[in-house]
Design a protein around this ligand. Structure first.
Ligand code: MTE
Length: 322
């Protein structure tokens, strides 16, 4: 069974590159006529299906953005997936060795209903959605990507985390047969990531199974990857096989490698530079922009999702907890 089928997403519900232009025109119309968009006229319309025009409410909630999308070709050819090579084009060019079906995820730790679950069953937890998120890599480039998948909270809840579950730890598959480059120790495999419990349960935290309405390509983390849009891209761990509810802050792959450069939280923050480069701006790879010489735009606090997530960090020293 294809993931698309498992998710019950219909063609008209997802963002297709070809029809996106038309949709932007419509959006432009809404922006040009704010009074109409915000008046009773918009409420009289049926609720927008995923993939339809982005409503002011969706934009406010951060679930979708009307910013120009990154081309499918760029999303799938400029990647970080060290299990398939450390060069940006390596993962896209790697042989298709990852076996994504059947795919099981083991859920364990501080929860009442641990278990090993098939991907199809995991995805029954909630209806499929499309999210259009900005992805800001710690290296200083960014993209705008239409993901399909389901909220992370909906996936986690059925396992009934206990009150001792303070964090969620995620692990990527590490099989040298399927991921040939893990024979090099560029990272202490397996790739690991983690979120604090409130972050994991936040409505913007998402588990993606597709992009541009198609199943996730191998290079983007097939068949199941995390997307946490207010954090640097390395938090968005790919090809997840294990989820653990834990009491203590879990070790993560990049922190393990360079603790002074990559913190656990890794919230996008233009005021806290990486020790070796500034985080004030980013290269936005979108539309027809070239990948290397794309226009630099200012980086926004929490990647532009401050309204939705800043309250989770109230009172925290974000320089210390970078
Ligand atoms: N997950 C695993 N397992 N291995 C990786 O090397 N790279 C991370 C993240 N997830 C990575 C990973 C980094 S650094 C980024 S920026 C994003 O994936 C890139 O996602 P993309 O290639 O889909 O744009």
């Amino acid at each position: 069974m294809s993931i698309r089928h498992a998710l019950k997403l219909k063609d008209h519900q997802v963002t297709d590159e070809a029809i996106y232009r038309g949709r932007r025109d419509l959006l432009g119309l809404m922006v040009a006529m704010p009074a109409l968009a915000l008046s009773g006229c918009s409420q009289a319309q049926p609720p927008a299906a995923p993939g339809a025009v982005i409503t002011p409410e969706q934009a406010r909630s951060g679930l979708r953005t009307s910013e120009e999308l990154t081309k499918l070709e760029d999303v799938t050819s400029y990647n970080n997936f060290y299990e398939f090579g450390t060069g940006k084009t390596d993962p896209g060019q790697a042989p298709r060795t990852l076996r994504t079906s059947p795919w099981t995820v083991e859920v364990s730790g501080e929860c009442e209903k641990p278990g090993r679950v098939n991907l199809e069953d995991i995805l029954k937890a909630a209806p499929a959605e499309e999210r259009i998120y900005r992805l800001r890599c710690v290296e200083g480039w960014s993209m705008v990507i239409p993901w399909t998948g389901i909220p992370l909270a909906a996936v986690l809840r059925p396992f009934a985390p206990t009150s001792r579950a303070k964090y969620v730890a995620f692990t990527t598959l590490a099989d040298p047969q399927q991921m040939p480059q893990i024979r090099y120790r560029s990272i202490n495999w397996p790739y690991r990531e983690g979120l604090r419990m409130d972050e994991a349960m936040h409505p913007l935290a998402f588990l993606a199974t597709g992009l541009y309405g198609k199943p996730l390509p191998q290079q983007n983390g097939a068949p199941l990857r995390l997307v946490v849009p207010w954090k640097y891209g390395f938090k968005s761990i790919k090809s997840i096989v294990q989820i653990q509810f834990v009491e203590k802050m879990p070790e993560t792959a990049w922190h393990d490698l360079q603790p002074n450069e990559y913190g656990f939280f890794s919230n996008v923050n233009p005021q806290v530079d990486h020790p070796r480069w500034s985080q004030k701006t980013e290269r936005r790879i979108a539309g027809n922009a070239s990948k290397l010489f794309a226009e630099r735009i200012p980086t926004r606090m929490f990647n532009g999702y401050a309204d939705q997530v800043a309250s989770m960090y109230a009172g925290m020293d974000l320089r210390r907890w970078f």
